[in-house]
Design a protein around this ligand. Sequence first.
Ligand code: MRU
Length: 367
Amino acid sequence: MKINGTPYRSIWRDAASGEGKIIDQRWLPHELRIVPLHSLADFATAIRDMWVRGAPLIGATAAWGVAEEMARDPSDAALQNAWEVLHDTRPTAINLRWALDAMRATLAPLPPDQRAAAARIRAEAICDEDVEINRRIGANGLTLLREIAARKGGGRVNVLTHCNAGWLATVDWGTATSPVYHAVAEGIDVHVYVDETRPRNQGALLTAWEMNSHGVSHDLIVDNAGGHLMQHGEIDIVITGTDRTTARGDVCNKIGSYLKALAAHANGVPFYVALPSPTIDWTVRDGLAEIPIEERSAHEVTHVQGRDPEGRVTEVQISPDGTGARNPAFDVTPAELVTGLITERGICPATTEGMAALFPEFATAAQ
Ligand code: MRU
């Protein structure tokens, strides 16, 4: 998508220097910092410390990390080490393992002297595939927004989203935001309610910035406001992303998604999840029992970052000295609370049968 009129992806190879580059998301929306990543350690740090984040982008960045390491040392040992180092960066988003497995499947059978070139091609293909998948998610999700607009006689379509499942969480387009961009392009009157998404505020910092940059009508709301807006008929549809969805449709996503699904269910508001197929973990069925939930630092709860009146990005403590905090970063929404899954192949119910009908080859292989 565009920043000040210039098209960007969230990760790319610099044409002049050949370096892999990312937008360091820790500084948005106040500063646009673009940084090169030079080594396996750089790529691992960028994922672990959330310079990049969002399930599809984590996967793409890991693929690039493997490619960088293969350019340095294409041995079997280095390939295995890169897989392990990158895999250990974050536990919940399944795209990480998917991308690492895809890289290893391509590279392991090759003689080492062919691996650097092949790794680069595969990593770039993973990025290109992500962009196309998300474009298709948008085209499929657009049908839902069209239906709502038609039902409301062209009236405003109000979408609630949680966390950042926008283009910064993917290589481009985003997942949950892709239908919105498609609807805006078609002239549908869309308004997005952006959950701030404590503790790291990916909604307030990143989704709001994306909506602002693209000229999409939006309001930032505190995480606790969604239920109230739903009770008053002010939300037509909830669309979130996901970090891992199981073979029966349980959806793991940023902490707080489950509460939105409960409120949506209680108020008859459709709750959809936009997901690329690499986010489906076909090896897992029971999301509550089987998905590892990342526990992050208490510091993220007790402190917040923002811009001070002098324009500097700074951090302040919001809780008393000595107060401890828990920080589970994700939760699981059971499939029965999910109205449907918006994928690159179409929209399906969040059920074993619905998912298998769209992705028969993966569902069968996983049995
Ligand atoms: O901890 P984060 O910022 O990596 O979590 C990201 C999310 O939860 C997104 O909503 C999810 O990855 C879907 S992204 C298309």
